[in-house]
Design a protein around this ligand. Sequence first.
Ligand code: CA
Ligand code: CA
Ligand code: CA
Length: 401
Amino acid sequence: MSFKGERLQDAEEIICYEPGIEVVKLSSVTNQSVRAQVKIAPDCSLGEHHLRLRAATGISELRTFMVGTFPIIEETEPNDDPSKAQKIPLNSTVAGVIKSEDVDCFAVELKQGQRFSAEIEGIRLGRANFDPRLTVFDEHHAIVGDADDTWLSMQDPFLSFLVPSNGTYIVQVREVTYGGNDNCQYLLHMGAFPRPGSVYPLGGKAGETIAFAFFSGATGWFTNQIKLPAVPQNKFGIYAELEGLTAPSPNWIRVSGFANVLATAGNHDRQHATMTDLQPPLALNGVLSEKGQEDWFRFPATKGTVLEVKVFARRLRSPLDSVIEIFDAKGQTIASDDDAAGVDSFLKFTPAESTNYFLRVRDTLGHGGPDFVYRVELDGVRPLITLKIPEVARNDTQSRQ
Ligand SMILES: [Ca+2]
Ligand SMILES: [Ca+2]
Ligand SMILES: [Ca+2]
């Protein structure tokens, strides 16, 4: 691990904010660079870890370090031309940089019918405003896969497909407009791992073990049993596992203090609404898997007790642009919303009677698909204090006026 910067000559310590990374020693400390030997524990949590360098005369801004499951291979230039592609074994992570007008090519040997996934972590490393693009070519220079941005990982692309025929494939990384600089660092994961774009349900009750179903075109749906943390969390990353391999980055869910209600098959009109007798707070979960689909739920509410109805879809990287409506027991609309929380919907209503109410969920443009997952939380109004610190930079949590 190396740190680069200014006035580092009296560095004394690396402060790690999460467990699992042990600093064995600091070496070759100069005023502009510090190298460290670190040991990562086998049970170290995957994903982003947060570090600071402490020197005798000050402390650095926060920096991030990603922990993954694959061995890291450094990119070697020249690799711009496919004929110079660097050979990479499957289930490896390449650490590279895209400089101005740079193109990086890697060669992988693939067998017909096997699953091949490639995923870039670029913008998510938080080093630069980097917009990577990922393209895979076969031996005849025909494009087999091409991705720029994704719902799950935003500007970072991934691909996952079943290999059409045996051969040497070229995996190409570049900046989408052929820009780049020394800070456009990336991790490129390549292998047979699963790369689901969506997970269902989008949350669960704190402390419970829940069956989460992951989906990608290359795997179909598959299920993992995952134990949720004991305390509610607004956004929690879960890593899909299939055939002993783990996805390189998480899918995002909610960990709540209340139970799930799952959509029942065919709940696409009021007569076939998914019915629950659970009183709120609760979470309604479903997938708008077909174009034009709408999902209906029936739930009880208490006269005069204000309810907040919050959709979590786009915030958790679902492509869904939700619209919700609340109907009373007679079928009259009493509240509706489209975009009160970004493109996610939010509304408050006060039940006039203690009776059953209906909720309808749909996509604003009638889109649908296996990744159009949603979660609607029905909760009472709770007192809340929010503290906001002006964001100076993504990785700077120190106060600065
Ligand atoms: Ca290159
Ligand atoms: Ca992109
Ligand atoms: Ca909306």
